[in-house]
Design a binder for this molecule. Sequence first.
Ligand SMILES: NC(=O)c1ccc[n+]([C@@H]2O[C@H](COP(=O)([O-])OP(=O)(O)OC[C@H]3O[C@@H](n4cnc5c(N)ncnc54)[C@H](OP(=O)(O)O)[C@@H]3O)[C@@H](O)[C@H]2O)c1
Length: 265
Amino acid sequence: MMKKIDISILGLGNLGTAFFEGLRKNNNVNLHLYEENEGTRKSLLKLYDTKILPNIEFIDSGILILCIKPQNIRDFFESSSNKIGENVLICSPVAGLEIETINQYVENKIIRIMPNLLIRENNGLIPFVKNYDGDYLNFINVALSFLGNTEEFDEELFALITAISGSGPAWFYELSNQLVNSATKLGMNENDATNLIKGLIKALPNLINEDDTFDELVNKVKSPKGTTEAGLNSLIVDNFDNIIFNAIHQATNRSIEISTELKNE
Ligand SMILES: NC(=O)c1ccc[n+]([C@@H]2O[C@H](COP(=O)([O-])OP(=O)(O)OC[C@H]3O[C@@H](n4cnc5c(N)ncnc54)[C@H](OP(=O)(O)O)[C@@H]3O)[C@@H](O)[C@H]2O)c1
């Protein structure tokens, strides 16, 4: 039988909880949970029969996943880097945090990833980059691949990946928000509109074939002089392409800015 791998999750906010939910179904993994915030600990303990410590004690093996915000990174390493054994693999999903910056604090092996919340459903997309050869501790094979599709990218692309994929769910949620708002303004009650849009989002994956481009998918919905075409033409007039480009550009720039802030601190 395979030896279980020890995974410590530091910070049980949105992403840490998603890791916990996704990984707790994995029999090859032992989870160790850490969350500083007492309120968060209490609400999680109402939901799960598990153990959560406020801070890490010495970790001498396995993987440590950093699920804390960029602004907490410096404090964490300054107070706790001596609690991370040299054989521990550090996994960082922290936006903007470069491998080189982590290496200023510790010399461990590091894997930088940029997942999104779909890892909760084991349906995530997990771009990664690492500073070591092979699959140390089988982390990619046993744990990351269990949470979704993994793919290696150059670290230079991480700011853009963070914008389109890490923040990705938010773009679709905000579009949905605006669809609901429009329907409400045009006379539908908010509940009905929300339910219709949620139903639509849930059904969408069934309509997407691997080979289709998004242009082709749009074309399948649109017919000449029809309702969809009327709406799409309005999007063109209102420069929808620019609106989206600017949002992704801003998000990418913010990620680059965070990298610089973390380096300079
Ligand atoms: N959310 C996403 O979809 C997503 C996607 C990709 C990457 N990320 C990255 O994942 C990281 C976490 O994001 P999040 O949205 O999960 O943030 P979050 O909801 O704020 O969760 C962070 C949690 O960690 C706790 N914490 C902070 N310092 C700690 C420490 N030293 N020890 C133990 N617990 C500590 C925080 O407590 P307090 O509230 O008391 O500070 C908070 O409960 C960020 O760096 C982000 O860039 C997030």
